[in-house]
Structures are given as C-alpha cells and as structure tokens.
Design a protein around this ligand. Structure first.
Ligand code: FAD
Length: 453
C-alpha cells in the first residue's frame, strides 16, 4: 500500500463513475515530493491507467495578506513544474475551492484531497464532499502520526499526547511515500471551466487587509520546497547537535526555520522527522519533541475543538475563570491593538519581537511566548488581549493561521499548561518577565538587533 491506511478517510463513499482522470485537489500539501495525498491519487491513476489532474484554487483566505500569497504562489510555481515533469496536468485557478474542485470532479473517477483541520479548511472539504460528482478520499500526510490515529479526543497537555504517540513516531517517520510512475501523460488534457491563472503571480495580489505593510516585510525567508530543503540540510549539518541549548537563545540562528514551509505544506514533516532520526545525536529527541509532539498537540487542539481553538470560550475553564477574576486588577500599562501593531510600548524587548515579526514573518519561539504574555498583561482585559494576539499573529506571521499559532496563543492564556502561583492580572496563569529574559540570554543585544532602523 502506497499510504498507511490510518492516513486515509472516505469523505464521500460510492461506486466510481466512468471518467477521464483521477483528480487531486491540492490545498494544504503544496509539494510534489513525499506528499501522501498526491501519491495516493497517483497510485489510483496508475492502477486504472488514467491521467492525473492536480488542481490548486487560489482563494481569499481569512487573515491572509499579500506576503502570504506571494510565498504560496512562488512555492506553487516550483511544485507545478515538478508535477508536470511527472506527467500530471496541473491546473491553477482562482475561485471558491470546493466549487472549482467539484466542477473538475464531473469528469473524474475519484477525487483525493489532503487534510487541513482549521475551520475554513474543514468547511471546504465538507462542501467539496457534498458537491463532488465522484467519491472523495482524504489523506492526512501533514502530521508524522496521523491526527485522528494519534488520539480521538482533545489532549490535556504535551504529556498526555506524548504517551500516546511516542512509540509510533519512528515507524511513521521511517516510511517514505514513493513517487508513483504515471502511465498516462495528462499534460495535454483539455480542462474546461475554471478561470485558470498564469503560473507567475499576475500583477498585484489583493491584500486581505487594508494597509498592508509589504515594504517593511524585508527579511521574509525564500519561498518554495527547494529553499526549505536547502535550509533544513544546513540545519542538520550545523545546528541540530546544539539544538537543545541554542533553541532558547533568540540571538542565535539555532532552530530549523521550518514553520513557514510546514504551514504551506512545502516540505513534508515525515521527511524532516526521518532525516533527523537518520542523523541522530543529542539534538534529535528535543527536535522531534517540537516537530511531532508540540506540533501535533496543536493539530489535536484544532481537530477536536473546532469551534473553540481561536475563541475565548474555547480556553480551559480554569484559565478563563482566573483571568476573569483578575480582569479588574490595575494594569501598569495599557496599550491598544494599534500600539502593539506599531511596536509602541515602553518595553524594548517586546517592541523588538513585534519588529522581528513584521520584518521576518516569525518571532523566535522564546520571544513569542514573552510577546503573547505581555499582550495579556498590557491589554485592557484578557478577552481583548486574546483577540489582539490572534490578530497580530495571523496577520504578520508567515506561519500564522496555523494550528501551531492558535495553540501558541492559547498557551499564553493557560491552554496545555497548569495553574501557577497567583498574581495580579494573570491570576494563576503562568507569568513571564523581562528579568527572566535577561537571565536566559543577552536580551539587550536582541533589542538592538530588532530596533526599528
Ligand atoms: C504566542 C505564540 C504564537 C505562535 N505562533 C505560531 C505560528 O503562528 N505558527 C507556528 O508554526 N508556530 C507558532 N508558534 C510555535 C513556535 O513558536 C514556532 O513553531 C517556532 O518558533 C517555529 O520556528 P522553527 O521552525 O525554527 O522551530 P524549530 O524549533 O526548528 O521546531 C521545528 C518545528 O516544530 C514545531 N514547533 C516548534 N515549537 C513549537 C511549539 N512551541 N508549538 C508547536 N509546534 C512547535 C514547528 O512546526 C517548527 O517548525 C507560536 C508560539 C507562541 C508562544
């Protein structure tokens, strides 16, 4: 079997109709290599001796800005080339993804989609399954341990999920999704209907928000599967061994930088885990803790709390209660969302983190925790703080709008954590302060690096 059965779910059962091709509607897994959904579709195409059509629909996505679309489209140019080299027909169009995919399903024998667990992604897949003219299969290739096989309920913490999946990681990571040969060349197939787009971004991309800050986003990482691969190889060769210590120093380039590529599916998490296991050494276990346990805990949150992962009401009862009880506490500083957005606080460390976010599209993980905790401390109340942190993360983070982002923000408000000693504003939610940063690393050097030039 080309894909482990636990990755496969039937979204629409039924006998396959007669048709001209197998359809893969690519949404989350935007890559041509080690993509289990693609290989499942390719294997069906090979079995039935039919061509393979791969569709990507460019659509308005909540919170996405021009920077996100540029990263996505540049990656797709590379992916399209690789798919065509294999003989697949690649269709890029603009529109409503489930409707466009359903239109192409009318000539398909079978449709395959990849997995995505956020509300918009789930709604798209649900609607596609309703509208599709042929059976629909979903393949979850974006987690090392498939999300629904890992756990059937919301997990309390990393500890509870780790216990369930740690024994399975090496087995899943060791498995390569082989590139299946396509016996029929689909490149000449005539596909009617969708408003197909040219490969290169066609002029200005309409931003999701007014007032985008593209000119300030000067240090975004290079997009695409090859860039991801090149960066990861450097990480393996030069940083993995020191990962456990260096990952907590925001002045060092000690982490993999894979989060934007994972978010856009430009690299396979299974491939990353396998390469790390093959390489071994002292950094392997701490890295897999982040890539598998923490990342998949975030997916578990989004999968099993679909209406709550990004809403105040979805936070744990204990943390909402304690934060509400503390909401009348006097705050030393109160900033509006606009102040935060413009990095206009009294704290050079916080401002540096916000500047890093705008310029590079990510914040170092250690500073990301501080950044979120201080939004809670310096907003008028905890609900406003939660909404502002999500807004800023989704808008400016290249890896935002992702389960990791929702879990990271929710962690700052108590999710996947336990109660600590009570204090002003935070109640029993864990607190962080600037002297803690200074104890851990040279926080002033960090502030200087990211001070607005
Ligand atoms: C307030 C806040 C907001 C966050 N927002 C995002 C976000 O929008 N998108 C995002 O991908 N991550 C987010 N994180 C999690 C984490 O900060 C990033 O995943 C990490 O910094 C990415 O850098 P890296 O790829 O170099 O990580 P590495 O240290 O190299 O880790 C490898 C991979 O493991 C996963 N990972 C690492 N740390 C975490 C973590 N704490 N939780 C879950 N998965 C993790 C990521 O997929 C990462 O790419 C957030 C954390 C906090 C506290």
């Amino acid at each position: 079997m080309v894909v482990e059965p636990e990755r496969v779910s039937v979204l629409k059962p039924g006998p396959p109709p007669r048709g001209d091709y197998i359809l893969y509607w690519m949404q989350h897994a935007q890559r041509a290599e080690e993509n289990p959904a693609l290989e499942y579709a390719a294997a069906e195409a090979a079995r039935l001796r039919l061509p393979l059509v791969v569709l990507f629909v460019r659509a308005p996505y909540p919170s996405a800005t021009e920077a996100h679309y540029r990263f996505l489209l540049a990656g797709l140019v590379e992916t399209a080339r690789a798919l065509e080299d294999r003989g697949a027909r690649f269709v890029l169009c603009r529109g409503d993804p489930p409707r466009e995919a359903a239109a192409l399903s009318r000539r398909a024998v079978l449709a395959v989609c990849d997995a995505g667990w956020t509300r918009p992604e789930l709604a798209w897949r649900r609607e596609f399954a309703e509208r599709s003219a042929c059976p629909v299969i979903r393949v979850d290739g974006e987690a090392v341990v498939p999300v629904e096989a890992a756990s059937g309920k919301p997990e309390w913490s990393a500890f509870t999920l780790r216990r369930k999946i740690e024994g399975a990681v090496a087995g899943y990571a060791g498995r390569i999704s082989p590139a299946v040969d396509l016996p029929r060349d689909g490149r000449g197939l005539d596909i009617e209907g969708p408003r197909q787009l040219p490969r290169e971004p066609d002029g200005p991309i309409r931003p999701g928000y007014p007032g985008d800050r593209v000119p300030e986003q000067t240090a975004l990482p290079p997009p695409g599967p090859s860039a991801a691969e090149a960066r990861f190889e450097i990480f393996l060769d030069t940083r993995l061994d020191r990962y456990d210590g260096d990952r907590n120093d925001p002045n060092l380039d000690g982490t993999s930088g894979m989060s934007p590529y994972l978010h856009f599916g430009q690299i396979s998490p299974v491939r990353l885990a396998r390469r790390v296991l093959e390489r071994g050494g002292p950094g392997a276990a701490p890295f897999l803790e982040q890539l598998v346990v923490r990342r998949e805990l975030a997916m578990n949150l989004v999968r099993y709390l679909p209406d709550g992962y990004d809403r105040w009401e979805g936070l744990p009862d204990w943390s909402r209660r304690t934060l509400e009880e503390a909401s009348g506490d006097r705050r030393e500083y109160v900033y509006s969302r606009e102040d935060f957005e413009a990095a206009r606080t009294h704290d050079p460390y916080w401002n540096a983190a916000q500047n890093q976010l705008v310029r590079t599209g990510t914040i170092h993980n250690y500073m990301r925790m501080y950044w979120g905790k201080k939004i809670l401390e310096w907003s008028a109340g905890p609900r406003e703080a939660f909404a502002s942190a999500l807004y800023l993360n989704d808008r400016y983070a290249l890896d935002g709008r992702d389960p990791d982002g929702y879990a990271g923000v929710a962690w700052c408000f108590g999710r996947h954590d336990r109660p600590w000693t009570g204090r002003r504003v935070f109640g029993t939610v864990r607190y962080m302060n600037a002297s803690g940063l200074r104890r851990k690393f040279d926080a002033d050097a960090y502030a200087r690096t990211w001070a607005w030039a």
